[in-house]
Design a protein around this ligand. Sequence first.
Ligand code: AMP
Length: 596
Amino acid sequence: MTNFEEMGFTPGILKAIQELGFENPMPVQEKVIPLMLGGEVDIIALAQTGTGKTAAFGLPLVQATDTEINNTQALILCPTRELCMQITGDLTDYAKYTGKLKILAVYGGASIDNQIRGLKKGVHIIVATPGRLIDLIGRGAARLSAVTTVILDEADEMLNMGFLDSINEILEEVPDGHRTLLFSATMSKEISSIARKYMDNPVEITIGTKNSSADNVSHAYYLVHAKDKYKVLKRIADFEPDIYGIVFCRTRKETQEVASKLINDGYNADALHGDLSQVQRDAVMQKFRMRNLQLLVATDVAARGLDVDDLTHVINYSLPDDTEVYTHRSGRTGRAGKTGISISLVHLRERHNLQQIERLVKKPFKAIPIPTGTEICGKQLFHWLNKLETVVTDHQEIEKFLPEIKEKLAGLDREELLKRVVSLQFDRFLGDYRNGEDIIDPVPEREGSFGRSGKRDAREEYPGNYTRLFINLGKTDGFFPEQLIELVNSNTKGRKVPIGKIDLLKTFSFFEVEPSYADELIKALNNATFDNRRVAVEIAQEKTDKPRQGDFSGKRPAKWSDRRPEKRSQGRSESKSRDYKRDSKFGKKDKKKYSR
Ligand code: AMP
């Protein structure tokens, strides 16, 4: 590996590199810097953000710029105002010991008059968003006639944002004979066409695999029912006490809703979307950068300008419509040599989209089980215990109160004291997860990489043909998915009965089973007891519009639809008829047990 000293940098640049703490060049720098310092070649570099590409083009560019000449020698185009500011800041750092290099960022959403004044003073390097630059060229403020280097940074993002025409227009303004560098996370037809039109025999460099996301990002997914998405998100956050991540949503509305719920539920979260003013967006981004927020719920567009290196998680609350957007999202974690994970919450219907993304990323996506309440409580508890072990106490202050504290707590032995401290600390978690009401994984038998699993999921095997059963147990009986599965398993002699959707209500529930098991299961369960109660199971009534057995893919059967348990005490007829039906089947003795 070559080091920075051997690359041919001037002492001023080397000093700046040292001050920035860069010890060795990153892979993209090893490849790009010698080419830039050595000759006039055009370069296409396929590299994600976070790979060190700003220094790859920035360090040689700063070295090559002649500060004695007062005109614009280089143009850097990038998609967002935030990236403009970041590149400008980085270049300013690189140029700290190399004379009076003038760099100006010009972007939309800020005063154009100030930018015109800045340009009039003379600028060596312009860092611009395409739309604003066109405006400045039109007003005669930006002159590109002496530009010898053009850098297109995050070219794919610029194209996604519809800047193709603006880029073409700008490149027409730059005199022939300039060199062009194009940085992009992915290679698309549009990128190739820009390369063909404006680049001369470009050298192509790929960091990592072409069109694949960063090597140190792993990809995982939870298969969830749509109604459980938010609950699963909470579980991810609860299971990862040190999480620092972006939750990507598809729409502004969804972004706001998810963020509001998280805030209401006491999480350190906020929303970033296009309905916020620029000032509000800046404030949210600043809070997130400073880690005053752990979770940023954002749309793709709003998160574009945000550049944070040490994200632990990217969460795809909704999968993007455009599969390439996934690469951008996941590329936000696993940066600057760190590892990260991109987790997708995938609805059963979206599995096809996930397979497409998996093909694009060329990495296996791991199905992970949703953390159970017990696992979450355990993780939180030990996280807190670690903090308890290592906390530094201010003895002087505390000692003043110690005698009084000791006296007050004298009646509690060590075990009782510990229990109480833990209860206080874990009130929320224990409350949330006390009853073991775990989110049911729609596909319990999944394993391995998506799409390559040896086993097919139950729904794939029995598509649309589940039989929906009624059971006389509900949440108030302490009956949750865990208990249902245990009840089924313990009454089917070890045979694995494929279970579909489970709808738990207060005093009764519905669940789906693969039809060929239905009769046997009904028979077995009707001889079983749960908590000393006789279990009653029967086929749920069919929908009135389509009378066909097993056609209960999600809706409550008409027969039960207006029989919400909470309304039972108010209404006479429905609850009566239900009890009557049961009486007729199980006898009067059982009636008492059903009516609570
Ligand atoms: P970029 O891809 O340009 O956004 O850079 C990602 C991060 O890597 C930034 O925080 C840089 O400061 C950092 N970085 C760039 N080059 C190096 C290097 N050679 N050694 C260590 N960190 C670097």
